[in-house]
Ligand binder design. Structure first.
Ligand SMILES: [Zn+2]
Length: 71
């Protein structure tokens, strides 16, 4: 009888990294964003990239005044 084991998907997906935002596993074949300065990765199919960017890039969200304050 033919051995077809090599055609079966692996039982465990291959973990290649952990998300810099949520900390969960990133598997080979997952959609990701690579972080420009840190070299890490965040999930591409969730809000991880947006939330990571909002936390790292911006320090305030609101309405800007004539004096350039954001409240
Ligand atoms: Zn994530």
């Amino acid at each position: 009888m033919l051995n077809l084991d090599r055609f079966q998907p692996p039982a465990e997906p291959l973990t290649v990294a952990h998300c810099e935002w949520c900390g969960r596993e990133i598997y080979a074949g997952d959609e990701v964003f690579r972080i420009d300065d840190g070299g890490g990765f965040v999930h591409g199919e969730t809000d991880c990239a947006k939330d990571y960017a909002a936390e790292r890039v911006y320090d305030r969200y609101g309405y800007i005044s004539a004096q350039l304050d954001v409240e």
